[in-house]
Ligand binder design. Structure first.
Ligand code: PLP
Length: 371
């Protein structure tokens, strides 16, 4: 028999007998508490995708030789479920997350699956654990789809067993008291990704090496590091977020720039949404929206000429994280912000995206209601 595809209609649900208390909004800490249940689906090369299960949240038990522990056969996604004013639970552009997860799975010799079938299961999971989707602006339920190789053998080869699962953690706004701009230290002794590498995939293996540069940036009084690439000093990402710069141009116009998807950049859903919304909503006689390479040296030179208008990072966790300072080899680049919060474009983009996520504004088919 051919290996079975992933099929949502096969779902079985086993409800918990010890439901957890729902924490008050002010007690929520990102990624520390989880909902009552989890979604999981086993895969084997011979049989394909097994029965999808929503089960009480539980520990795993794996043989110590399991490949996930040795060769990083692990990838993940990050997305959120939002409660709208009518009480519906919404997710945002999850087709993009599903496509990215499948691209990453293929690169990691892990099994791919029908993203829409997986989303139907995630919808069911959201309905089962709906009491954990918080109400209130900026509150959401963070979803962590994860795929691991579970073959118990030390040979370095593609796993013939895998486990796809989802856990969920209720979270509050990244900036609880309005925007707080971040200071970045440009890292010049390590790179996050390189041409021909795997920087464009959400592989767990991409994150372990980012902690030391991040810790060093914090030691030096910054919030995060800015990743550069090559002798040219190409700007790639800010921490685990994509990055945008706004410049005044000599012709009296303005340019919003983000590095191109050349394989060294994680293709963020928030990045893509920012580009689409900026092209749609910023006046085209005033603004050019560019995906192009830019270096730290260009940013320094243009800041000195007074042409640097704004910089911000994008990602699901914060939506927008305004930047007010960048340090590179002792040079401080001051990035303008209004009232110590953010620049005007960061504020606008944040509001455009937030209002779609919470269902206040319908835009294309970007918002999905869990049923
Ligand atoms: C997840 C991630 C992002 C942001 O992606 P979104 O889809 O916008 O959340 C950016 N950079 C890195 C390295 C990431 O892991």
């Amino acid at each position: 028999m051919a290996p079975a595809p992933l099929h949502a209609s096969k779902l079985v649900v086993e409800l918990t007998t010890s439901p957890k208390d729902v924490l008050a909004n002010e007690d929520l800490v990102f990624g520390k508490t989880f909902t009552d249940h989890m979604l999981e689906i086993e895969w084997s090369k011979a049989e394909g995708w097994g029965t999808p299960k929503i089960l009480p949240y539980h520990n795993f038990s794996f043989d110590p030789a399991t490949v996930v522990f040795h060769y990083s056969f692990e990838l993940f996604e990050g997305m959120k479920a939002y409660r709208d004013k009518d009480g519906n639970i919404r997710t945002f552009r999850t087709d993009k997350n599903m496509a990215r997860m499948n691209r990453t799975a293929k690169r990691a010799s892990l099994p791919s699956f029908d993203g829409e079938e997986f989303m139907k299961l995630i919808d069911k999971f959201l309905v089962v654990d709906q009491k954990f989707v918080p109400e209130g602006e900026g509150y959401s339920l963070y979803l962590r789809p994860t795929l691991i190789g579970t073959t118990a053998a030390l040979g370095i080869r593609g796993p013939d067993r895998a486990l796809l699962y989802v856990i969920a953690s209720p979270v509050g706004p990244y900036f609880a008291k309005g925007f707080k701009p971040v200071s970045l230290e440009a890292t010049d002794y390590a790179v996050r990704a390189w041409p021909g590498g795997v920087g464009e995939f959400k592989l767990g293996a991409n994150y372990v090496s980012t902690i030391v540069p991040q810790e060093k940036a914090i030691e030096n009084g910054h919030s995060q590091n800015l990743w550069l690439l090559g002798e040219e000093g190409y700007i790639t990402e800010a921490g685990a977020m994509n990055v945008f710069f706004a410049f005044q141009t000599p012709d009296g116009k303005k340019e919003l720039v983000t590095p191109p998807l050349d394989g060294t950049i994680l293709p963020g859903v928030t990045r893509d949404s920012t580009l689409i919304l900026a092209k749609e909503k910023l006046a085209s006689d005033e603004w050019t929206i560019s995906e192009r390479a830019l270096t730290i040296h260009e940013v320094i030179a243009r800041a000195e000429k007074g042409e640097l208008l704004e910089a911000f990072a994008t990602g699901t966790a914060a939506i927008i994280s305004p930047i007010n300072n960048i340090e590179y080899r002792g040079t401080h680049i001051t990035v303008p912000v209004e009232d110590n919060t953010s620049g005007p474009i960061a504020k606008k983009v944040n509001e455009w995206i937030r209002s779609i996520q919470y269902g206040e504004v319908e835009f294309k088919d970007w918002s999905r209601i869990a049923k």
